[in-house]
Design a protein around this ligand. Structure first.
Ligand SMILES: Nc1ncnc2c1ncn2[C@@H]1O[C@H](COP(=O)(O)OP(=O)(O)OP(=O)(O)O)[C@@H](O)[C@H]1O
Ligand SMILES: [Mg+2]
Length: 302
């Protein structure tokens, strides 16, 4: 099982879009995927057609109210399950301030669960706070979605410093497996310059004992595609919304690359237990949690 944190403290770079659609494309390849929404904005949750509400058991209930992994897990279809977020999660950092080991709460919950996922994808919020630290303490890998902007590398130093800190103090197996460029426009000189800069940066880390010394810039670049911006408002992934779009083509290619690029050293610290998640048991385990699909809206997001 690979546990991957999609992380970048910069907002709006495509973390959630990548989690949603990489997840859907991994599922299309027959992989069993669990998505965890660590962002109080709950965009991942909404994008998968769930409506955050007090009745929907969420990550907040898991971390703050000690609910189990299975209680908060919602099955989307045969291959995909999701742990939703809720706006309450914004208060979790404060509410957990006196809890010993609060950085390891998610990891402990996952360890105690019986699950047989091939991939767990963690959609991080745009900050380096407690929720992101929980994701890094749990993950075996980090994928950094990044827009090819001027100063794209600015902020990456802080991000890698955090990864390094968690890797030294809590999770020595943590590795950055790659950077994925999002909203990419191959025709601009700037995009290609950013790719060169990133390649140079990664090349410089090769052979050093750093969490990113085996990282790559994924060959697949996610092109800017309006369908990717529209699909969340219909509570759909790009595969359901527009399966022939460039967005679908790119995320399918990225999923293949991620599967093929399984790093040798990347093994999540979460133990794998092979009993499968039985949807019936799952439903029974959920107390009063009803997942109602978001009503399709005609409003485009961007
Ligand atoms: N390849 C793309 N083409 C066009 N629009 C995109 C693409 N990727 C993402 N978007 C849009 O850009 C916006 C930001 O994307 P997204 O929400 O995935 O970023 P994020 O990093 O998760 O943001 P946050 O930091 O707020 O969590 C969204 O409106 C999304 O629909
Ligand atoms: Mg997001």
């Amino acid at each position: 099982m690979r546990v991957i944190a999609l992380m970048n403290q910069k907002g709006g770079v495509g973390k959630t879009t990548t989690t949603v659609n990489l997840g859907a494309c991994l599922a299309e390849l027959g992989k069993k995927v669990c998505l965890i929404d660590l962002d109080p904005q709950a965009h991942l949750t909404i994008n998968y057609g769930l409506e955050p509400s007090p009745e929907l058991l969420s990550l907040y209930d898991m971390l703050v109210d000690d609910r189990s992994f299975l209680e908060t897990l919602h099955r989307i279809d045969k291959h995909v399950a999701l742990i939703p977020s809720s706006i309450d999660l914004a208060a979790a950092e404060v509410e957990l301030v006196s809890i010993l080991g609060r950085e390891m709460l998610l990891k402990k919950k996952l360890e105690a669960a019986q699950h047989d996922f091939d991939f767990i994808l963690l959609d991080c919020p745009p900050s380096l706070g407690l929720l992101t630290i929980n994701a890094l303490a749990t993950a075996g890998e980090v994928i950094i979605p990044m827009q090819p902007h001027f100063l794209a590398l600015q902020g990456v130093g802080k991000l890698l410093e955090t990864v390094s800190l968690v890797s030294r103090r809590m999770n020595p197996k943590l590795k950055v497996s790659g950077i994925v460029l999002t909203m990419f426009d191959a025709t601009t000189k700037l995009s290609n310059e950013v790719v060169n800069d990133l390649n140079g940066f990664i090349e410089g880390a090769k052979g050093k004992n750093l969490p990113w010394s085996e990282a790559r810039v994924f060959k697949t670049k996610i092109r800017r595609n309006i369908k990717l911006a529209e699909s969340p408002s219909f509570g759909q992934t790009i595969l359901a919304y527009e399966p022939q779009s460039n967005g679908a083509v790119d995320y399918r290619a990225l999923a293949k690359e991620v599967v093929e690029a399984a790093p040798i050293a990347v093994q999540s610290t979460v133990s794998v237990k092979l009993s499968s998640v039985d949807p019936a048991k799952l439903a029974a385990a959920k107390v009063g949690a009803k997942a109602s699909p978001v009503k399709p809206s005609t409003q485009a997001v961007a």
